[in-house]
Design a protein around this ligand. Structure first.
Ligand SMILES: [Zn+2]
Length: 75
Protein backbone atom coordinates (compact mmCIF):
# COMPACT_ATOMS: atom_id res chain seq x y z
CA UNK A 1 0.00 0.00 0.00
CA UNK A 2 1.07 3.53 -0.74
CA UNK A 3 -0.20 6.64 0.95
CA UNK A 4 -0.65 9.34 -1.63
CA UNK A 5 -1.89 12.89 -1.41
CA UNK A 6 -4.47 14.03 -3.91
CA UNK A 7 -4.56 17.72 -4.80
CA UNK A 8 -6.85 19.95 -6.80
CA UNK A 9 -5.15 20.64 -10.13
CA UNK A 10 -6.62 24.12 -10.30
CA UNK A 11 -5.70 25.59 -6.91
CA UNK A 12 -3.35 22.99 -5.32
CA UNK A 13 -5.60 22.37 -2.32
CA UNK A 14 -5.10 19.02 -0.57
CA UNK A 15 -8.25 16.95 -1.07
CA UNK A 16 -7.44 13.48 0.23
CA UNK A 17 -4.85 11.31 1.76
CA UNK A 18 -5.52 8.01 0.11
CA UNK A 19 -4.34 4.44 0.46
CA UNK A 20 -3.48 3.21 -3.00
CA UNK A 21 -2.72 -0.40 -3.88
CA UNK A 22 -0.21 0.30 -6.60
CA UNK A 23 1.66 3.16 -8.10
CA UNK A 24 0.32 4.47 -11.33
CA UNK A 25 -2.36 6.68 -12.69
CA UNK A 26 -5.15 7.54 -10.25
CA UNK A 27 -8.48 6.60 -11.80
CA UNK A 28 -10.62 6.21 -8.71
CA UNK A 29 -10.57 6.48 -4.95
CA UNK A 30 -12.39 3.82 -3.01
CA UNK A 31 -14.27 5.67 -0.30
CA UNK A 32 -13.17 3.30 2.45
CA UNK A 33 -9.50 3.88 1.62
CA UNK A 34 -9.61 7.64 1.97
CA UNK A 35 -7.64 8.21 5.14
CA UNK A 36 -8.11 11.94 5.41
CA UNK A 37 -10.88 13.78 3.66
CA UNK A 38 -10.32 17.52 3.40
CA UNK A 39 -13.39 18.09 1.25
CA UNK A 40 -17.00 18.61 2.25
CA UNK A 41 -17.91 15.25 0.75
CA UNK A 42 -19.52 16.74 -2.35
CA UNK A 43 -16.70 15.78 -4.75
CA UNK A 44 -15.79 19.41 -5.22
CA UNK A 45 -12.68 21.26 -4.18
CA UNK A 46 -13.55 23.09 -0.93
CA UNK A 47 -11.50 26.10 -2.00
CA UNK A 48 -12.25 26.73 -5.67
CA UNK A 49 -15.42 24.67 -6.08
CA UNK A 50 -14.16 22.68 -9.04
CA UNK A 51 -15.73 19.21 -9.43
CA UNK A 52 -12.97 16.64 -9.41
CA UNK A 53 -14.79 13.28 -9.21
CA UNK A 54 -18.06 11.45 -9.71
CA UNK A 55 -19.74 8.80 -7.60
CA UNK A 56 -19.17 5.35 -9.04
CA UNK A 57 -18.94 1.68 -8.13
CA UNK A 58 -15.91 -0.50 -8.76
CA UNK A 59 -16.06 -4.17 -7.90
CA UNK A 60 -19.25 -3.39 -5.98
CA UNK A 61 -17.49 -0.91 -3.76
CA UNK A 62 -18.38 2.78 -3.65
CA UNK A 63 -15.67 4.92 -5.15
CA UNK A 64 -14.99 8.39 -6.44
CA UNK A 65 -14.13 8.29 -10.10
CA UNK A 66 -11.59 10.98 -10.75
CA UNK A 67 -12.33 13.38 -13.58
CA UNK A 68 -9.31 13.40 -15.84
CA UNK A 69 -7.01 16.33 -15.32
CA UNK A 70 -8.75 17.65 -12.22
CA UNK A 71 -6.32 16.35 -9.65
CA UNK A 72 -2.67 15.56 -9.28
CA UNK A 73 -0.96 13.22 -6.87
CA UNK A 74 2.13 13.32 -4.66
CA UNK A 75 3.69 10.60 -2.56
ZN1 LIG B 1 -9.38 23.79 -6.11
Amino acid sequence: MYIIKVYCAKCQTLLYKYQKESLGFLIKCYKDRIQEDHTNGDLKCPKCGESFARDAMYHRKPANKIIRGKVYVRR
